[in-house]
Design a protein around this ligand. Structure first.
Ligand code: PEP
Length: 250
């Protein structure tokens, strides 16, 4: 059975008091069997959220990481620093970072750094609206997937993928369950063909305007192993509903 996940990406939202309230509500509910739950607060609040999560079983995630190990890189966080803060999971290649200029070469290095530090990585892939309309979706996501070429089977259980169509992120326009399944299945077979069978077990999450009222059918798709959630992760009741749906799906 593939691991199922719900990951909340808080983006640049939150203040100490709001974070404490949100985490308090999330961890007041017992974890669902078979479901991994993670939250990715802004880097400056990692320490606070780490302390709030102790003993809860909820995974601390980071939204981004530097491609450098250390040095004169003002404002950046190295993978070793994230691991030092208790981070277990790191997003790489989020479309908002790609939009700000991040390249596949940088994403490839970020993935490498995260894995070297013993953490897990969520590689985000997805096509823009123009690429979608030109019918280039699979070409684009397969190209983005090339950053993991050459990874050894020993790290296969520390990779997650998130298919996040750029046209669906923060727009309220969610991909149809059929479209998500089509892309997820293509990603899974590309992984297995290019890297080998262990990679067919890679959890592949969908992200893009997911809410409790549109998630059930997405989560029932054969190759959708969970959701990466932005806006809807900021409200505990909504986030917890998504966790319940993900745990009960299939
Ligand atoms: C995201 O930031 O990864 C995301 C999916 O955002 P939203 O759910 O707000 O579309």
């Amino acid at each position: 059975m593939r691991q199922r996940w719900v990951i909340g990406n808080w983006k640049m939202h939150g203040r100490r008091q709001q974070n404490a309230q949100l985490i308090h509500e999330i961890i007041s509910v017992p974890l669902w069997p078979g479901l991994c739950v993670a939250v990715a607060p802004p880097a400056i609040y990692l320490q606070q959220v780490h302390e709030l999560l102790i003993g809860s079983g909820v995974v601390l995630a980071a939204q981004m990481v530097s491609e450098y190990e250390q040095g004169a890189h003002t404002g950046q966080c190295a993978a070793g620093m994230l691991a030092d803060m208790g981070v277990q999971l790191v997003l790489a290649g989020h479309s908002e970072c790609r939009h700000a200029g991040q390249t596949d070469a940088q994403v490839a290095l970020q993935v490498k750094r995260v894995l070297e530090q013993g953490m897990s990585v969520v590689l985000c892939v997805g096509e823009t609206l123009e690429q979608h309309e030109r019918g280039e979706t699979l070409d684009v996501v397969r190209k983005q997937l090339e950053v993991i070429a050459g990874l050894g089977a020993e790290v296969a259980n520390r990779l997650l993928l998130a298919y996040e169509p750029v046209w669906a992120i923060g727009t309220g326009r969610v991909a149809s369950p059929g479209h998500a399944q089509w892309v997820h299945q293509a990603l899974r077979s590309t992984l297995a063909k290019s890297l080998g069978e262990p990679w067919a077990m890679t959890p592949i999450l969908y992200g893009g305007s997911v809410k409790a009222d549109n998630a059930a059918e997405l989560l029932s798709q054969l190759d959708v192993d969970g959701v990466l959630v932005g806006g809807a992760s900021l409200k505990a009741s909504e986030f917890l509903s998504l966790c319940r749906l993900a745990a009960q799906a299939r």
